[in-house]
Design a protein around this ligand. Structure first.
Ligand SMILES: Nc1nc2[nH]cc(C(=O)O)c2c(=O)[nH]1
Ligand code: SF4
Ligand SMILES: [Mg+2]
Length: 268
């Protein structure tokens, strides 16, 4: 026993506290409006959802039941991974690490990286840290995007800091209960901010009907479809039938460029 109190999956990290960091890397933004732009990534630990499972698995071999299974279980699945093994960092340390990843830091003849992507897990569990990162990015003229599941209030300070939200609302295909994955108040705040784009990971035609219902219910603008998949074949097959769906319904379609290039390699 470490004597440490167990952290609940929905607990927000107090501002100023160090947070678990799963990955820091330099790549292209692989999805969405900034697809193909070079970006500095930080992936934070912990998630309040359990995509692929209806609740936190008890055993490492608990089978997934949803069609949409999380591709970063190492950030939250305590049955399979030791979350305590991840290093903890302050916002300042994360920022310094991101700056070191920018090749322009060592070679001023290169163009500096203009985009920071904060992902997880669910990064809004650590909104104090994310807000500090967003303020630094904005002060330096860099854009900052947050890959969020849109179930946690981002807070007015993060919105004011100029962050953009790639809001990936989860569908029934995730097996997560509706009351956990759809938080009307959070959805409305993100939509009202004018700083959110709605990204839906699609596995089947059932998902499409659900997306249309959510769009209508909450007046979602700027809807994006993203093919579920961690291999070239699955991503390409899904994009082939999603293309007509997106064009017909007035939605955008992104691919997952990092999957096309690197498959499901971590930290790419
Ligand atoms: N290259 C790259 N782009 C990404 N965009 C969103 C990512 C994520 O995992 O949230 C991601 C990722 O893991 N890699
Ligand atoms: S919300 Fe994202 S990180 Fe959390 S379980 Fe679902 S897919 Fe994984
Ligand atoms: Mg991902």
């Amino acid at each position: 026993m470490t004597g440490k109190r167990a952290i609940l999956p929905t607990e927000i990290t107090p501002a100023g506290e160090r947070v678990g960091v799963a990955d820091l890397f330099y790549s292209f933004q692989g999805e969405g409006v900034n697809l193909g732009r070079r970006a500095l990534f930080v992936r934070l630990m912990r998630c309040n959802l359990t995509c692929g499972y209806s609740r936190m698995p008890r055993r490492p071999n608990t089978p997934a039941v949803g069609a949409m299974v999380c591709d970063t279980e190492y950030t939250w699945n305590t049955a399979k991974h030791d979350l305590e093994a991840a290093p903890t960092m302050s916002a300042a340390e994360i920022w310094d690490a991101l700056v070191r990843l920018d090749p322009a830091t060592g070679d001023p003849s290169l163009a500096p990286v203009g985009l920071v992507v904060v992902s997880g897990g669910e990064p809004l569990l650590h909104r104090g840290t994310v807000t500090a990162l967003a303020r630094r990015a904005t002060a330096l003229g860099k854009a900052l995007e947050i890959e969020t599941n849109a179930t946690i209030n981002p807070g007015t300070e993060l919105i004011a800091a100029g962050a953009r939200f790639n809001a990936g609302l989860k569908l029934a295909s995730s097996a997560v209960p509706y009351s956990k994955r759809v938080k009307p108040q959070v959805i409305r705040q993100l939509q009202a901010s004018g700083q959110a784009r709605w990204k839906f990971v699609v596995t089947s035609p059932d998902d499409v009907r659900e997306i249309a219902d959510l769009q209508q219910q909450f007046g979602l603008t700027d809807v994006w479809l993203s093919p579920e998949g961690t291999s070239v074949r699955v991503v390409a097959d899904r994009m082939r039938w999603l293309a007509d769906v997106a064009l017909t319904r007035g939605w955008n379609l992104t691919t997952r460029q990092h999957v096309l290039i690197w498959g499901d390699e971590r930290g790419r």
